[in-house]
Design a protein around this ligand. Sequence first.
Ligand SMILES: [Zn+2]
Ligand SMILES: [Zn+2]
Length: 346
Amino acid sequence: MKALVYHGPGKKSWEEKPKPELKESTDAVVKILKTTICGTDLHIMKGDVPTVTDGRIIGHEGVGIIEEVGAAVTNFKKGDHVLISCITSCGKCEYCKKQMFSHCEKGGWILGNLIDGTQAEYVRIPYADNSLYPIPAGADEEALVMLSDILPTGYECGVLSGQVKPGDTIAIVGAGPIGLAALLTSQFYSPAVIIVIDQDDNRLNIAKTFGATHIINSENENAVEKVMSLTNNKGVDVAIEAVGIPPTFELCEAIIGAGGHLANIGVHGKSVTLHMESLWSRNVVITTRLVDTVSTPMLFKTVKSGKLDPKKLITHRFKLDQIAEAYDTFENAAKEKALKIILTNE
Ligand SMILES: [Zn+2]
Ligand SMILES: [Zn+2]
């Protein structure tokens, strides 16, 4: 089969690899129908994720058809259409029992990281019963690719951890796919004011069409002053950090109001300054979280009912064997006006 293989920082190739086989009785082999590229994959390509080694097939999102299941898999059979979760989980360990699948002792985020991933014609999924979700006939599979990672991530790490409530004033810092996923899912709870902050006017304008009540380009404007003037100097109830660099985290610290929640989603590679001199007395909660994908079944229902339309996040489509071109487009997201790219295996 063909797959996208990482060969060290800056080096990748679309090449021939052996078709995956069942290794454990709890595995499934899935033929990929649709997959996508994540911001995390770009970090991997830069060499920022040292657990990914030379020869690894990357990718951790997608939908597919079950090709083969191990003897212990009871929820799925050959021919079933499935959503692949970015998080693999055994369902049995101490963390899984607490629904903290991201920290599963035998899984977690291993797909396209510690084991071969989904940017390939086939993928082996361990603990298939717990790591795959059935796709009902007639569902829009393109839209469901957004449920592998970005929607549960935006929702669980941003909206749930931030405890968004009706009438809240919230700020989302970063209008990439994850920030926009938080924007879409925050509206389950009817916040009154949703401020989205980014440096890309195209993404800010998309945020506006997705329900942002105010947009701020932090390159042209002083974002802290603007948020304070919008909130009568009170700051926001919830600040969601969806970038992962020190300036954006510190921006969240500066705009969080008394009693507020600062929910970090961003993947940080550098330490940030914790401004205790201003935060110590403000009854603020700061949360960090890896996505557990426990909300995936609920998100499925909201997509099915039309309450949530994740297809809005898809801007580009390629065939799977055009993946090099797709990476070029995604790497130049601002210029190409790219959010999520669908790659179809035909
Ligand atoms: Zn991802
Ligand atoms: Zn587990």
